[in-house]
Design a binder for this molecule. Structure first.
Ligand SMILES: O=C(O)CCC(=O)C(=O)O
Ligand SMILES: [Fe+2]
Length: 163
């Protein structure tokens, strides 16, 4: 809840509006296990990707390095901190391209928790309005999008897809 409050603040949204976006959303989890590899430069643990969710919270369990983010065209390692979670978000709070590498020393374990949108919410592109807006299926309320812009088809159509 605190994280959601902070995100709202950073995006100049009301805490309540942001909480509404997360309400009744889907939550899923992925455990990643990468065994050590004698030639790590020849393999990749997780190929470069953007998480197609609203917020990812990642725990690098056994504190082995491997997570990298792409910044200004360069891969930057994210050093695991003991007992720290890493946040990867999407939308205006843009998701960053990331990947996971393996190493020759030791296996690497991580757990990613993905918080997705409430599937009752519909993502719309309203050409006359900028930035993109989010609209409830049934109601009138129109909220700023904080999710998954990367997958929006930039076609100028009025509706696009759900997170
Ligand atoms: O293992 C990691 O550090 C990254 C995991 C990840 O990006 C994912 O599960 O989507
Ligand atoms: Fe990821």
């Amino acid at each position: 809840m605190k994280l959601i409050e902070f995100m709202a603040k950073a995006l100049n949204m009301k805490g309540e509006e942001m909480r509404e976006l997360f309400e009744e959303g889907m939550q899923s989890m992925r455990m990643n296990y990468h065994p050590p590899c004698p030639q790590p430069e020849l393999v990749i643990g997780l190929t470069p990707h953007l998480d197609p969710v609203r917020l990812t919270i990642l725990l690098q369990i056994n504190e082995m390095e491997g997570l990298q983010i792409k910044k200004d065209g360069m891969w930057i390692p994210i050093k695991p901190l003991p007992n720290a979670f890493i946040m990867v978000t999407n939308g205006i709070y843009k998701s960053i391209e990331h990947r996971a590498t393996v190493n020759s020393e030791k296996e690497r374990l991580s757990i990613a928790t993905f918080l997705s949108a409430n599937l009752e919410l519909e993502m719309v592109r309203l050409p006359a309005l900028s930035p993109l807006k989010l609209r409830r299926h049934s109601g009138e309320s129109v909220l700023p999008i904080t999710s998954r812009l990367s997958l929006l088809v930039n076609s100028g159509e009025s509706l696009i897809l759900m997170s």
